[in-house]
Design a protein around this ligand. Structure first.
Ligand SMILES: [Zn+2]
Length: 174
């Protein structure tokens, strides 16, 4: 699926729920889309899982990980649920990277991971909402403390926010 379509899917869900402020309530969104969310001790190497049964989804996340990681995991699993539930019933995610790997070297499964990450980034850090907050706080994106503030506002990791900003073309890494 094209990144553009994933962005559109995320923004249509946000408008369905009339979400206009950060941080985005990812658990409420997942529930709204038919997924049950539960913390589950997955062992330290596993961040999250998705089970698909009929058309329902059960998302498990690792409660021992940081809150920002838990939020990203739930968003990532919701991405699998919305985009890939027809392809398989069980998704297991090891401690994945939040950045986008090179799509040219990606296998079929990697592409699903890229898509789930793209969905997570789009739903947790919606472009319109980012632009609103940047303007409101008059953030200078070249300033690391501003990036940290922005990450805090959206309740995501600094790394996730940095990659989102780069992917949106808001700034480039030197
Ligand atoms: Zn995944």
């Amino acid at each position: 699926m094209l990144i553009k379509k994933i962005e559109n899917l995320a923004s249509s869900i946000l408008s369905e729920l009339n979400i206009k402020t950060a941080p985005v309530d990812i658990k409420a969104i997942a529930k709204h889309k038919g997924a049950t969310i539960k913390p589950y001790d997955l062992g330290e190497r596993i961040s999250g899982m998705l089970f698909v049964k009929d058309s329902d989804g059960i998302i498990s996340y690792n409660p021992t990980e940081s809150q920002v990681r838990q939020r990203f995991t739930i968003a990532h699993e919701l991405g699998h649920f919305l985009l890939h539930k027809k392809t398989q019933d069980v998704f297991v995610d090891k401690q994945f990277q939040v950045h986008f790997r090179d799509e040219n070297s990606a296998t079929g499964q990697d592409i699903q991971e890229l898509e789930a990450n793209a969905f997570a980034a789009a739903i947790l850090m919606p472009k319109e909402l980012l632009m609103t907050e940047i303007k409101k706080h008059n953030f200078d994106l070249g300033d690391e403390s501003a990036m940290k503030e922005l990450a805090k506002l959206f309740n995501v990791s600094l790394q996730a926010m940095t990659f989102r900003m780069v992917n949106l073309g808001f700034f480039s890494l030197r």
